[in-house]
Design a binder for this molecule. Structure first.
Ligand SMILES: [Zn+2]
Length: 667
């Protein structure tokens, strides 16, 4: 076994925390605790995964696996008898969470309010389930926690007095968030009441977490706070600068809510760290960011709430043996569990989708891999088999029994909610698999959806896109033919058709279609970028350039468009322009492996070999086409470091499997 580096580990989750909102507050000295962690630790962006739905993401953080493996695919799940829905439950998680693995390894964990942690699992240590936050809304003195809220059950007596209800918060507690609260007409404006509810929930989580943290018996602790996300959806539209559609009075009254919420979290962090003690290794993470400033989609953050989520969250690691004041690059939320296992000197499951951040350690350790932690090897503190279930699977069986007449139907409302929950979970799962580039596995999921919901052509469109990505031209054509005429003839449909023509090397046809699409203005940057790629494939350089420029006109921060221009400059033999565009792309989206590769190509073409090596190595670290990169690195190192060149040559030729671990982490 590898060496244990961390005495204990504290994982803190701040839903939707975003560096872009935090940085100005740090600069003003308003988040001193976090500033200390950054200064004396490692920090960086944490790339999220799709779809950006919090329950799925926090379970990926706690398992190191994507949703198709951990099984938590939505906010809600159908009840077993199809009579309605409930919040996603711990009994539905299909694999071990980090606290189960640590239980199995004989370590003690405290878990507070993690997404889908109800009912509390019988782990070694303590769990306060996410039900506790919901209970705070209506909590009264002397009330009792329902069964399953805490493990061990005997802990309930200690925690019940700590629960904070909105009624416990007086004006002094709320004024810091909304200094002009007195001006609010409470009969017509319930935003202060909502804010009090969120603050009460966060305070409840904080109080129970501090209670558990001050005990000296734990190795690992995980605490989840939802308030930054909830504040975001309620109050980000009022955060300066001013957004069109927001009244001046609202902006004046609620304009400080977001900053105050972050300062509140900094204070809670300070207290929790004090209880945890200086020997604790701290990981602070968020599951995604939150759009602010001019990237806010509208004046209402509840309208399509997921569109407010930004693709980068935060990560900050601090503790004994962790490097100081260093940036972490290329991290994803799938890496959190493998990293914690590495810090404890425990082996990482090869079935996990992330990689450990060994580079954060002053003396990077070696880590061991095992096939999987899943097969039973001792007590992992999971629910007994008879309590665990796949809610979608059982709901489908139940539906069949009802449809066949074996069971009497449940209420129409309940049934409709269940059907929606089943559908949402299946879509989210299909998106999760598609976005992790496992197109062959995604295809049957979309085919099933297309069959089950024929009235929604979007699913058939996904089927066609999968065939395209699998280079199944004929199948793709067939799927396009099954699309309703309107969608088939839309720019989306035509671009798909043109891409098939490129695949079949009918470049003339592809160019003709691309030109018909180009004849009318397109709706968004994504379509222009697709069009640009088509023109690139058909060697229509000027039209490609125009398409990418149009993409930038509609979205100035389109890193894909800049990468397109970089590719175009490379084709035109203009290395200097390629470097400039590729740099713009990676400045906007650091986790963009192809753009780093194109940057390397440009730098190498411009004779800037040392910088080219760095760019290629970044792309390689992100899992981009290792074979091509090793080839290029071998060439670049040929004169300056023959030994290194030979290494890269060997790795480009044979050792694809050696780097498999790294690539697997990027899948
Ligand atoms: Zn979230």
């Amino acid at each position: 076994m590898s060496k244990r580096l961390a005495k204990r580990v504290l994982l803190i989750g701040w839903d939707a925390a975003d560096w872009k909102v935090i940085r100005p507050l740090l600069a003003e000295g308003k988040m001193p605790t976090l500033a200390g962690l950054i200064q004396n630790g490692v920090s960086g962006n944490l790339a999220t995964i799709q779809p950006m739905l919090s329950p799925m993401l926090w379970n990926s953080i706690a398992t190191g696996k994507r949703a198709d493996k951990h099984g938590i695919c939505s906010f809600v799940e159908p009840l077993g008898d199809l009579s309605g829905i409930r919040p996603v439950a711990s009994t539905s998680r299909a694999c071990k969470a980090i606290w189960n693995i640590l239980t199995q390894a004989g370590l003690t964990s405290n878990v507070v309010s993690w997404f889908a942690s109800h009912p509390a699992e019988p782990i070694r240590g303590a769990i306060v389930s996410d039900r506790i936050a919901a209970l705070s809304a209506t909590w009264t003195d002397g009330a009792k926690l329902p069964d399953g809220t805490v493990h061990p059950a005997a802990l309930a007596d200690q925690l019940e007095p700590l629960i904070v209800s909105p009624g416990d918060l007086d004006a002094a507690a709320l004024i810091p968030f909304i200094p002009r609260a007195a001006e609010i007409d409470q009969d017509r404006d319930d935003r202060l009441v909502k804010l009090a509810g969120i603050v009460a929930r966060a305070s409840t989580v904080q109080a129970t977490a501090c209670q558990l943290a001050q005990r000296d018996d734990w190795d690992f602790m995980a605490v989840y706070y939802s308030a930054i996300d909830e504040f975001g959806h309620h109050f980000m539209p009022y955060h300066p600068p001013h957004v069109e559609g927001i009244g001046e009075r609202d902006a004046a009254i609620y304009g400080e809510a977001i900053s105050s919420c972050y300062r509140f979290h900094d204070m809670m962090l300070e207290a929790l760290l004090a209880y945890a003690g200086p020997e604790t290794t701290v990981l602070l993470v968020s599951d995604h960011g939150f759009h602010h400033s001019n990237r806010r989609p509208s004046a209402d953050a509840w309208q399509h709430p997921e569109t407010w989520h930004r693709e980068f969250g935060i990560v900050c690691v601090h503790g004994p043996g962790i490097r100081r004041g260093v940036d972490l690059y290329g991290a994803t939320l799938l890496d959190v569990t493998p990293t914690i296992l590495g810090l404890f000197g425990l082996p990482i499951g090869s079935d996990m989708d992330g990689r450990p951040w060994l580079e954060i350690c002053e003396a990077p350790p070696s880590v061991d891999y095992i096939e999987s932690w899943e097969p039973d090897a001792g007590d992992a503190g999971m629910h007994r088999e008879e309590f665990r279930e796949d809610p979608i699977g059982s709901a489908l069986v139940m539906r069949q029994l009802i449809d066949l007449g074996y069971l009497s139907p449940t209420s129409e409302d309940g049934r409709a909610q269940c059907e929606q929950a089943i559908k949402d979970a299946r879509i989210n799962r299909a998106v999760a698999v598609t976005s992790s580039r496992r197109v062959a596995s995604a295809l049957p999921l979309w085919q099933e959806l297309a069959e089950n919901y024929p009235e929604e052509p979007g699913f058939q469109f996904q089927v066609a896109s999968c065939h395209l990505r699998l280079s199944q031209w004929k199948d793709c054509d067939d799927a396009i033919a099954r699309l309703p005429q309107k969608l088939r003839e839309s720019p989306h449909g035509r671009l798909l058709e043109a891409a098939v023509a490129v695949g079949e090397e009918r470049l003339g046809d592809a160019l003709a279609i691309a030109r018909t699409v180009d004849a009318a203005p397109l709706k968004d940057a994504g379509l222009y970028n697709q069009l640009g790629q088509l023109f690139l494939s058909t060697c229509a350089w000027d039209e490609a350039e125009a398409a990418f420029r149009n993409a930038l006109d509609s979205q100035a921060e389109s890193s894909v468009a800049f990468d397109g221009l970089a590719q175009l400059s490379l084709r035109r033999g203009d290395s200097t322009a390629a470097v400039e565009h590729a740099l713009s792309a990676v400045e906007l989206t650091h986790f963009f492996p192809a753009a780093h590769f194109h940057l390397g190509e440009g730098l190498s073409g411009a004779g800037r070999d040392a910088e080219a090596i760095a760019a290629y190595e970044t792309a390689l670290g992100m899992g981009f086409d290792p074979q091509s990169i090793h080839e290029r690195l071998a060439t670049l190192y040929r004169l300056r470091n023959p030994a290194k060149a030979a290494q890269h040559r060997a790795r480009s030729q044979s050792s694809y499997s050696e780097s498999r671990g790294l690539i697997a982490g990027r899948r």
